[in-house]
Design a protein around this ligand. Sequence first.
Ligand SMILES: N[C@@H](CCC(=O)N[C@@H](CS)C(=O)NCC(=O)O)C(=O)O
Length: 202
Amino acid sequence: MIALEEVGWRYDVVVPNLLANEHLEPTYLAINPKGRVPAFIVHGNILTETTAILLYIAESVPSAMLLPPVSDGIKRAQIMSRVSWLASSTLGACNRFAMPGNACLDEAARPSVQQSALRSIERDMLIMEGEMPDVGYWFGEFSIADIFAFFIFDVAGRFGIDVSAMPQLSELIARINTRPAVIEAVGWTARASLALAPRDAT
Ligand SMILES: N[C@@H](CCC(=O)N[C@@H](CS)C(=O)NCC(=O)O)C(=O)O
């Protein structure tokens, strides 16, 4: 949603309730047989995998500068390297933490799966911390790598990860948080979460 706001496209959002396994129901599996979110439908085409979706949006609107031009091939590749890494290593660990039953059959082992997942997320975030500049964004100008970093930081906070050891990353997130596109997307998400909250939630 942040990328879509950044490029100024109009879009609709449907949020399957993962805890109710709506992403494994036939309606959603017809869109993404892998049973994973996000899926992006554009001009009748279905795109899955966050890396491909972010790349497609960034390349479709070069003027939004979510990726450097092809002439800056190394920086583009570095950004894509971080996006792929977050989508595989970090997001994978987030999934193991949120849904440990998908990662191990032994119910008694689930807390241990979650502990190791948290450690993995924390390790990845500390690597990010070491790469963050004092000013600007992860790779100078704002890019899709920052969008992904923002998402992971938000999820990590919900999982209870202590970000006090990540001051540079925290400051980057604070800078990202001031972008109008981010304010719009985060506001929408907050309203949607309230709407999706279980009835007994406060
Ligand atoms: N490789 C996919 C992974 C996406 C992913 O892990 N999505 C999570 C939510 S953030 C999900 O759908 N989890 C549901 C499940 O694993 O059953 C991508 O990069 O888009």
